[in-house]
Design a protein around this ligand. Structure first.
Ligand code: NAD
Length: 295
């Protein structure tokens, strides 16, 4: 396996392309949005520069990594030589089903089709392809170049060989694989998202302010980031999509999204990527500043 295609070049896609290219794979980075692809290459370059500053890589490795990445808006040509496709497009089931139908028709026979979905059923995604045995979840964590874990999700048809191939590949990226079965939210988000939703409910009900909630969870539970800051980091739209998948999947009210989260997403306050969420990100100040709406 030499060629990897990554579909979607947003928060996760650029990081996934980065780590595969750095490990020596030829990466085809695909997005429907050409401007987003340019932004992704700029982000990868900036993150490689950070790695140079920290003496993790050399200038020569940076050049080699960037040389391994080709950006394209054409999905069919982008996957035609792939041994593995990692889909990291927006968290929307209809979109993902459409992408998997397309790549099943265009990717080589035998190519493994992985998805970086945070919560959507791998079984449902596999079912729209003619190769469910080659479909698997490869759930990287954000920020991809830094976080060690990759949650690997088997669907009932995934073969042992495919799971083993992905486990080996993950280790080659210097990451740690954890294999789980397919269920809504898998493990990471089944546990994380109810905590974030509960933090938003606590704010919504006036139990405490943004800073208090995050400080309690940071200092009290030794979390590196409070749940509201983490939600801004992940993207509030992504959080809402995942909570909705848990709600629909388990059919229990305990996963109902907090109305404040729904409202913020509908207003386009999505966290870091739009400059405002529970905190403000437009001031250029490195300190965390609580958004005016919650001061
Ligand atoms: P994002 O919104 O930052 O990026 C999504 C990208 O997909 C955009 O650049 C968009 O242009 C592109 N896209 C949309 N439709 C496409 C299509 N048909 N073909 C090609 N590209 C298309 O989203 P993200 O945060 O990077 O999330 C991507 C996936 O990774 C989602 O499934 C999400 O659940 C998962 N994920 C996100 C995080 C996180 O912290 N943000 C963590 C783990 C997993």
């Amino acid at each position: 396996m030499k060629n990897i295609s990554v579909i979607g070049s947003g928060t996760m896609g650029n990081g996934i392309a980065h780590v595969f290219a750095q490990a020596g794979y030829e990466v085809s980075l695909i997005d429907i949005n050409a401007a987003q692809l340019e932004k992704a290459i700029a982000t990868i370059t900036k993150n490689l520069d950070r790695q140079i500053a920290k003496e993790v890589i050399t200038e020569k490795q940076k050049v080699a990594t960037l040389k391994n990445i080709t950006a394209t808006t054409d999905i069919s040509s982008g996957v035609k030589n792939a041994g593995l496709v990692v889909e990291a497009a927006s968290e929307n089931i209809d979109l993902k089903l459409k992408i998997f139908q397309t790549i099943d028709e265009t990717a080589p026979v035998g190519c493994i089709l992985a998805t970086n979905t945070s919560s959507i059923s791998i079984t449902k995604i596999a079912a729209v392809t003619k190769r469910p045995q080659l479909v698997i979840g490869m759930h990287f964590m954000n920020p991809v170049p830094i976080m060690k874990l990759v949650e690997i999700i088997k669907n009932p048809a995934t073969t042992k060989e495919v799971t083993e191939t992905i486990v080996t590949l993950t280790k080659q990226l210097n990451k740690i694989p954890c294999v789980v079965n397919d269920a809504p939210g898998f493990i990471a988000n089944r546990i994380l998202m109810p905590m974030i939703n509960e933090a938003i409910y606590s704010l919504h009900e006036g139990v405490a302010g943004v800073e208090e909630i995050d400080t309690i969870m940071k200092l009290g539970m030794a979390h590196p980031m409070g749940p509201l800051q983490l939600a801004d980091f992940i993207g509030l739209d992504v959080c809402l999509s995942i909570i909705n998948v848990l709600h629909d999947g388990f059919q229990t009210p305990k996963y109902a999204p907090c109305p404040l989260l729904v409202e913020m997403v509908s207003k386009g306050k999505l966290g870091i990527k739009t400059g405002e969420g529970f905190y403000e990100y437009t001031t250029g100040n490195k300190d965390l500043i609580v958004s005016k709406a919650f001061q």
